[in-house]
Design a protein around this ligand. Structure first.
Ligand code: AMP
Ligand code: MG
Length: 413
């Protein structure tokens, strides 16, 4: 039996970032930038006002206060998006809105609140200034955010909404990012029927196809759903051919990897490629297959729905993130105080748990109700997997462990 870490390392050796492609920026969200982005403009492109107020010469406001205001002549009114050929000379001001270009001659802006307009709520040919302003006050200089020629976004950056905003400011509707991996999903088993079929005697619906496809999507891959292959060599071969024709970068199968059982999955995979069957020292999810078919890697997930999901998180997620250029990034983990005693098999345990944040840190307890590897509702009740180290069979209340966060919502039960 090999450890989770070893299985992971053996799998990840075979994955590398995929090549870049050019996409519209909204399709680049959460993907890895594959080019350096230099700015060919200043942002902002011109000095502009940070406030609604009056553009003036700061020297003119010397000594100004509510008791002894300075009165200036208002020579223009300037809204954002407009310019003026008028200049601000001594004793004059231009009424200005946020984002409007600061006119020539003006070194500062005083806010409405510090003027007679703020007091009266109206304006006219003159304005009283109630406060001294310093040079450049309330002026956003050209290039304050990004300077022309500057590296605005470096290759390798994961693009979040704020990075997409920068690309928009730079006038880049398209960008080069690492392309998304295509991941084939293939359920196997005579007992399976499709989502829209009635279940007959001895049958269950193929839920793994959907939970696995959703996991693929969540981490940035493109699921290619191949449906169900019955436990017959010809059917399985045909599905695999379909996946190869769809040019997938990864096959994910479910079920038929339990060691010792008669299974056509093993037979076909062994004849079409090289496949290792492993027992991984974890619970749930002991059986796992890994190998290649015609050069395409295949991770054979266990059939039990919970085992399939947890094995995906440990092995398929890092493979997908690696292909996306994000590196094998660990699942986010937090240190937790265990609130109730937990028993464990002695293998690395992934206990479906609820983690909550409390004053002294994060706390965890196992979800209530049945938690077998076939009980998908145990995943529904959980927001985390409590990780019990190999060799530990009992965790007492008050002990500290690590928990892998499935998501960050709290109070799911
Ligand atoms: P196996 O790995 O074939 O021994 O299957 C383990 C358990 O998982 C069995 O109870 C199967 O019925 C169940 N199972 C297998 N494939 C799926 C699937 N695609 N969706 C839901 N349950 C499944
Ligand atoms: Mg089976």
């Amino acid at each position: 039996m090999i450890s989770v870490d070893e299985a992971r390392a053996r799998i990840l050796r075979h994955f590398h970032p995929l090549e870049p492609e050019k996409v519209p920026i909204l399709e680049a969200l959460d993907r890895v930038l594959a080019e350096d982005i230099y700015s060919d403009i200043d942002i902002p492109p011109f000095a502009n006002s940070a406030m609604d107020g009056y553009a003036l010469r700061s020297g003119d406001t010397m000594g100004a206060s509510r008791k002894s205001p300075v009165t200036l002549k208002v020579v223009a009114d300037l809204a954002a998006g407009h310019t003026t050929h008028l200049k601000v000379g001594p004793g004059t001001a231009i009424r200005i809105m946020t984002g409007a270009p600061v006119p020539e001659g003006a070194g500062a802006v005083v806010r409405f609140e510090e003027t007679s307009e703020g007091l009266r709520g109206s304006w006219g040919p003159t304005v009283e200034i109630y406060k001294e302003v310093s040079p450049r006050e309330n002026v956003r200089p050209a290039g304050e955010d990004i300077r022309r020629g500057e590296l605005a976004l470096a290759k390798g950056t994961v693009l979040r909404p704020q990075e997409l905003g920068i690309l928009a400011s730079l006038g880049r509707p398209e960008v080069e990012v690492i392309r998304r991996p295509r991941v084939a999903i293939l359920a196997t088993g005579d007992e399976l029927v499709a989502i829209d079929e009635e279940i007959g005697p001895g049958q269950i619906r193929n839920s793994n196809e959907y939970s696995t496809a959703a996991q693929v999507m969540r981490y940035g891959g493109v699921p290619v759903r191949l449906g169900i292959a019955r436990d017959r060599v010809e059917e399985l071969k045909a599905k695999i051919e379909e996946g190869l024709a769809a040019k997938v970068e990864l096959f994910l199968t479910s079920a038929g990897v339990s060691v010792g059982e008669y299974d056509v999955v093993k037979e076909v995979l062994a004849s079409e490629g090289e496949i290792d069957f492993w027992q991984v020292n974890m619970k749930p999810g002991k059986p796992l297959a890994f190998g290649h078919i015609q050069g395409v890697p295949l991770i054979g997930l266990p059939g039990n729905p919970v085992s399939a999901m947890i094995s995906f998180e440990q092995f398929a997620r890092p493979a997908i993130l690696t292909m996306l250029g994000k590196g094998p990034r660990e699942k986010p983990e937090v240190e937790v105080i265990v609130d109730e005693e937990v028993t464990n098999s002695g293998r690395r345990g992934f206990i479906r748990a609820i983690v909550t944040r409390q004053e002294d840190g994060y706390h965890a307890r196992a979800v209530t109700g049945p938690r077998g590897s076939g009980i998908l509702t145990s995943m529904v009740r959980a927001n985390a997997l409590l990780i019990v180290p190999e060799g530990t069979t009992l965790v007492k209340a008050g002990e500290r462990l690590r928990a892998q966060m499935l998501d960050w919502r709290e109070g799911v039960e």
